[in-house]
Design a protein around this ligand. Sequence first.
Ligand code: FES
Length: 201
Amino acid sequence: MSMHEQPTSFAFTPEYLAKANIIIARYPQGRQQSAVMPLLDLAQRQEGWVSTAAIETIAAMLDMAPIRVQEVATFYTMYNHQPMGKHHVQVCTNICCQLTGSDGIVDSLKFALGVEFGDTSKDGLFTLSEVECLGACANAPMMQIDDDYYEDLTPESARAIIDAFRQGQTPKPGPQNGRINSAPEGGPTTLTTLSFSSEKA
Ligand code: FES
């Protein structure tokens, strides 16, 4: 983990505090610790990452020892532990994505952003991460930007998506090659008739 300055304090904004209180109220009296993961998520949505100060604030809100909150925050890779760019670009390089061209996607993203994995672009807009399978193998190769999946990528479409974000747009998530969800490319290959007969083609 790279060295970075830790803020000395953390407080939820009124908007996020209201969300936190709604989440805490879901759990029975004495079980408020169950809210630890969504509260860490809220802190991350507010700040972009989870600082030690945020962990201490959440621990106090849930009557937990800070180390217990720290254990949760460091167990799950979805919590960031250093300041992030405005957008988090997570590119999958696991087996299906690797076999369908993630090397080219990675090269394209590194070139477009001018960064290596773990770095944030100079304009502060993007942090690039390499991740394991994100469960969208049928639409490999893919990347996640913030909460959305961008799938069926080519080096060119990956680059175009970054350019669109740079201009303040949010490109349409999902397959970038025109297919619908994870339907076969070129259209359906089974269940193509309305008949239920067992006739062989
Ligand atoms: S291997 Fe990339 S989404 Fe599964």
